[in-house]
Design a protein around this ligand. Structure first.
Ligand SMILES: Cc1cc2nc3c(=O)[nH]c(=O)nc-3n(C[C@H](O)[C@H](O)[C@H](O)COP(=O)(O)OP(=O)(O)OC[C@H]3O[C@@H](n4cnc5c(N)ncnc54)[C@H](O)[C@@H]3O)c2cc1C
Ligand code: SF4
Length: 455
């Protein structure tokens, strides 16, 4: 990639320091002290707030009696990806957000870190807590190896199904492996968790794209049911001149190498602009800073109050020294003689009520254009759907926004196909994909157990 100026290289140790875990593993003493704070509520609000409804008081109580294996069992029974969820869940708005300690004006229990502490115990020792169910002779194909498919496959394996995952990537794990900020979750840790699923007898066929390497007709012939867990794709286009210049990237193109390549091998611009203000944009700007970029701009067409990113993610970017440009949008990207990016031209915007709509509209302020000197521009304005290929399957309905329409038990309009995760919900969190994947497994089981072929 041609870059006008690159960020100065840091030492390998400095990169590791910059990407060190923001929420490190608890020591046994820290875990014991934190577990002892829990009130073990009846009808615990944290359990209700968790999309996978982990019995939080039960697993914390087991930590307090040093029964870590039992604690991990409680967690993983409800959520096979309890390890990554303990690290990446937006706990502030889920379990910890519901903790009764808030009412007492005390710090909520650190549920996510305690959860990780218990699951680390079994992962570190390669303890396989669950086993495949008695084979029932039925086979299910799963498209995608992200959290939705992993959770669905694990649940099916426990019920006695032969589950085979097809994924186009080299490594399994979906965005857990390729997308989530490296200072929250490293790819090597996701892969440890994938082994829990493989240990249940689930087969992985990586570097296999369904739709080209394998056809739907082949899957329909070889499998009793098919689960679609393809997630979302890379960010959409900005629609401005200059965005085809080298040095203009989609968010996933920018983030992926930070997950699967040695950090010291990565080269980024000295000055970087990121367009968008969701959680993915925050991951881009914080990664850019940690990779050594000196000036990092975040540009958003609406105001600070309307930014979609969670508050604590925003706080992280502020601590990293990112420059925020509210009420501005790019109008063109200008290259230099060497073919790289030189400047991004933006225009200031204002918000106005939109006739006939509850959502306000963004209006340009004429004559307010301004330029920023940059070497790299990253688009983070929302991931695009990758579901066009399933339109080839008769009966599956793809909504206008590209998500797949499903019933309550995650069955599509074609009874043999089920779907869940980001490709159905439009993009939520890992824990939602897990909850939906598990529910889809129960839906598949109910359908295959029912008189064949009836919805
Ligand atoms: C940058 C970023 C940061 C995030 N950070 C967080 C976070 O901190 N916390 C959190 O809880 N959530 C986070 N999320 C959201 C979370 O990653 C997703 O909600 C979750 O991964 C969705 O799981 P999924 O299984 O539906 O899809 P994915 O994880 O996207 O997995 C889909 C898989 O399908 C495969 N696939 C697609 N098409 C085909 C095909 N035709 N054939 C074969 N395989 C195919 C893909 O290769 C991929 O492996 C983040 C998302 C992004 C983009
Ligand atoms: S899975 Fe996530 S939301 Fe549920 S209890 Fe664990 S950390 Fe909280």
């Amino acid at each position: 990639m041609t870059l006008r100026e690159t960020a100065p290289k840091l030492s390998p140790e400095q990169y590791e320091k910059n990407f060190a875990e923001i929420s490190p593993r608890m020591t046994p003493r820290q875990a014991a002290v934190e577990a002892a704070r829990c009130l073990f509520c009846f009808d615990a609000p944290c359990t209700i707030a968790c999309p996978t409804h982990i019995d939080v008081p039960s697993f914390i109580q087991k930590i307090s009696t040093d029964n870590l294996r039992g604690s991990a069992r409680v967690i993983l029974e409800a959520n096979i990806l309890g390890h990554s969820c303990g690290r990446v869940c937006p706990t502030e708005v889920l379990c910890e957000g519901a903790c009764v300690m808030h009412e007492k004006e005390e710090k909520p229990i650190e549920i996510g870190r305690l959860q990780r502490y218990a699951v680390d115990h079994v992962l570190d020792r390669n303890i396989q807590l669950f086993h495949a169910g008695t084979p029932n002779g039925k086979r299910v194909a799963l498209i995608g190896s992200g959290p939705a498919s992993l959770a669905c496959a694990a649940e099916l394996a426990k019920l006695g199904y032969r589950a085979t995952i097809f994924d186009r990537n080299e490594l399994p794990g979906g965005l857990d492996t390729y997308g989530i900020a490296a200072y929250k979750l490293r790819a090597k840790d996701t892969l440890r968790e994938v082994e829990l699923v493989r240990g249940l007898g689930v087969e992985f066929r990586q570097k296999t794209t369904v739709g080209s390497d394998v056809t739907f007709a082949q899957l329909e012939k070889d499998f009793d049911a098919i689960f679609v867990g393809v997630g979302l794709g890379d960010t959409g286009a900005l629609g401005v001149p200059g965005e085809d210049l080298p040095g203009v990237l989609g968010a996933m193109q920018f983030i992926e190498p930070t997950k699967v390549r040695p950090l010291a091998q990565l080269t980024v611009g000295r000055r970087i602009a990121c367009i968008g203000a969701g959680n993915t944009a925050i991951d881009v700007v914080t990664a850019a800073k940690r990779l050594g970029a000196e000036i990092v701009h975040l540009i958003y067409r609406r105001g600070e109050q309307e930014m979609p990113a969670f508050r604590y993610e925003y706080d992280l970017a502020k601590l990293d020294g990112v420059n925020f440009h509210w009420h501005a949008r790019p109008v063109r990207i200008v290259g230099d003689a060497g073919g790289g990016v030189a400047t991004i031209e933006c225009i200031r915007t204002r918000i106005e009520p939109a006739a006939g709509s509850k959502r306000s509209q963004v209006v340009d302020i004429p004559g307010s254009e301004f330029q920023l000197d940059v070497d790299m521009v990253v688009r983070a304005i929302g991931q695009q759907p990758v579901t066009a290929f399933v339109r080839a399957v008769q009966g599956i309905a793809v909504r206008e926004n590209g998500t797949i329409a499903v019933s309550e038990r995650f069955q599509t309009g074609n009874a043999k196909y089920f779907a869940a995760g980001d490709c159905v919900n439009g993009g939520k969190e890992v824990v939602d994909a897990v909850a939906e994947g598990m529910a889809a497994a129960r839906g598949i089981d109910a359908w295959l157990e029912a008189p064949r072929g009836k919805t």
